[in-house]
Design a binder for this molecule. Structure first.
Ligand SMILES: Cc1cc2nc3c(=O)[nH]c(=O)nc-3n(C[C@H](O)[C@H](O)[C@H](O)COP(=O)(O)O)c2cc1C
Length: 171
């Protein structure tokens, strides 16, 4: 698949088939995250790959909107350092967003579905994943084969019109 095709086909997948993800394909997804750009290239991220069903179920309890994530064969927890400075915090979140986007596009590229969810209860996330006190779980990325609707181009995406979004030269 070309980049354009992957961009057209990526969507939030919340229903997954009970089929394992090929380890080579999963490694590519993780590599896409590792290669993502970050502010000053500090790479303030770690990825915890969760395949254990019980851990996935526990992790889903960190945020009500994550209830569907245990259905994915793989959940990747995006971990970052806790910082006091607001500018740094936003910078880290921006970097994590880029890593997440790269991983999800990579997943699409190899025909896998992907999704994302927030993770809110950090005390719980830390105890489930064994994170140090100075780390938090920002988001959960799910990867797997979609249960229905294969990964294919979305012709009518639910998006604002291009002329509404793009401004040329001035606002
Ligand atoms: C920062 C962020 C947080 C999100 N959190 C959740 C979430 O907690 N639960 C969920 O089901 N989807 C979550 N989503 C998925 C969005 O709802 C979804 O990407 C959006 O509706 C657009 O749909 P699409 O990805 O299929 O284009 C999140 C997406 C982003 C970018």
């Amino acid at each position: 698949m070309q980049t354009w095709d992957a961009l057209m086909a990526r969507r939030q997948v919340r229903d997954y088939a009970d089929t394992a993800v090929d380890r080579g394909l999963l490694d590519r997804v993780l590599e896409a995250g590792r290669r993502s750009p970050s502010a000053r290239n500090v790479q303030r991220w770690d990825f915890v790959v969760v395949t254990d069903d019980a851990v996935k179920v526990d992790l889903a309890r960190t945020w009500q909107g994550a209830h569907w994530t245990p259905g994915a064969p793989v959940v990747i927890a995006l971990i970052a350092p806790v910082v006091d400075d607001e500018h740094q915090r936003l910078s880290i979140e921006y970097d994590l967003g880029q890593a997440a986007a790269a991983m999800m596009l990579m997943a699409t590229d190899v025909g896998l579905g992907s999704g994302q969810s927030s993770s809110r209860d950090q005390e719980l996330a830390r105890s489930i994943l064994g994170l140090p006190a100075d780390r938090y779980c920002s988001k959960l990325i799910t990867v797997g084969h979609p249960s229905h609707r294969p990964v294919s181009a979305i012709t009518k995406p639910d998006r604002r019109p291009i002329d509404d979004v793009v401004h040329w030269d001035r606002w």
